[in-house]
Design a protein around this ligand. Sequence first.
Ligand SMILES: [Zn+2]
Length: 495
Amino acid sequence: MFRVAIAGFQHESNSFAKVPASLDRWKAAGILHGQEIVNEYETSTATIAGMLARLKKESDIEIHPLVFTRLMPMGPMTVEATEHIMDLMLKELSEKGPWDAVLLPLHGAAVSDKYLDADGEISEKVRALVGNNVVIGTALDMHANVSQKVVANADIVTVYQTNPHLDTFEQAFHCTDLVIKTLRKEIRPTRCLQMPPLIVNILQQGTSDEPMAGLLKFADEVRQRPGVLSISISEGYPYADVPQMGMAFLAITDNDPALAEKYSKEIADFAWSLRVQLNGHGTPIKAALEEAKKATAWPVVLFDVGDNVGAGTPGDSTFVLHAAQEMGVTGIMQALADPDVVKKCIALGVGAHIDFLIGGKADDMHGAPIQIIGTITAITDGKYSEPKPSHGGFRFYNDGPSVAIATDSGNKILVTSLSAMSSSLEQFRSAGIEPLDQKIIVAKGTHSPRPAYEPIAKKMFWLASPGASTADLTNFTYKNRRVPMYPLEPQTTWS
Ligand SMILES: [Zn+2]
C-alpha cells in the first residue's frame, strides 16, 4: 500500500489590509483534522475534493487527511498563527509517517509577518522533513504569487486555470493524478518556472475575457505537445507586497528540463507581448451609478473592486452608498459588514425601525459609516449553501449572524457580522431578499461574484472604487516587490 498524506493551509494575504490573520481568526474559521476535512470538502468542488476523488480511484493507496485550514483573505498571517499552523502540519506529518506522497493544498499568496513567502517556507520545511524520495504535489490558486521555492520543493505544482475559479476540482485531480504516476514511476516530472516582471491588473483577470482567454488558449496548445505533463499560468496577487508578486508561468515535462524551459518561456513571452492589454482601469463610482439610474432593464450589477472581500478587505466599504445618497439613487441591494449593528438589531427584533450608522468602521480605507434608516425584515444565522458552481468550488458559507434591512429610501441592506463575499445569490435569498427583484446590486468583489451575478445582470460595471483592493495599484506603497515591474514602471523590459 502507498501512504498519501494531505496537509495544508490556504491564505491570500493582502499586505495593505489592516486586519491581521491572527491565530484566533484561523481557529474561528476552523482548523480541521482527519475526517472533519473529508466531511467539509468531499461534497464540494474545492481542491481537497479533487485530491480525494483521484486518490479514491486507486485500490492500493491509503488516504490520510491530516490537517487543513483556510481563512478568508485579510492582512498577513501573524507570527503566532504561522508557527502554530506550520508546526501542526509538520508534527502530524512527522508522527503519522512515513509517507510515499504528500499533497499540499496551498493558496500560493500567503504572506506572514515571519515569512514573505509562507507557501515557499512550508514547502521547504515539508521537503526537509520527508526527504527527497517522497513525492510532493502542490495545488495552488490562480492568484498564487508562485515562487521558485514552491516549485523547487514539489515534484508537481498545479494552478487553477480559471478566474472566477471554477476548475478547482479538476486542477487538484490533475495534480494528484501526476503525483500517482510519479509514485508508480510512470513519469519523471521536470519543471521550469518563468517569472517575468509583469502584473495583470485585477480587472483583466477574467479568464473568459481577452486578453487572458487568448493567453490561456495558447497555453492549451502548448499543453497538447509531446512530452508535456502540465502547463500553468498564475495571474498572481498584486496586493501581496513580496518579491515573487506577479504573473508566473510553469511547465512540467517528462524528464526533459530543457523542454520545460523552452515552453514556459514561450508562454511567458506571449504574455509579455500582451502587457498593455493586461493593464486596466475601472469605471468611476458616480459614472456607474448614473448609468444604472438611466437603465431600463435590471438588475444592474456594480462590482465594488476596492472592497473585494475575496482579496482581503473588510466588506464594510460605504463609498458606493455615500455616492448614491448624494446623487439620490436608490433601489440598491448590498451586503455590509458591521458586527455591532447586527448585535443591536438582534436585540431589537424583526419589525423594529432603526436609525444607525453602518459600515466604514473596520479601518480608515473604506469610507465613513453611513446613516441607514429602515425596518429590520429578517434575522438569520448567516449560513447558506450554494449548490451551483461557485468561485473556489466552495459550498458552505457563513457570514455570521446577519440582519436584512429595508431602508425608508428603498434600499435592501444585508448587515453581516463577518466580512462577506458576494459569491452566491443564496446569501440574500436566505435573508428573504430576492436579487432578481432589485434594480442595482453592489457585489463586493471583482471576479468571485461573477458566477452568481453575471447570469442575472442586465448590465455590469467594475468600479474604480477606493480600498485595499482597488484596481489602481499606484495607490499603494510597496517595499518588497521587484523593481522594475510592468505596468508600475512602464519602461520595464524583459528578455
Ligand atoms: Zn484566487
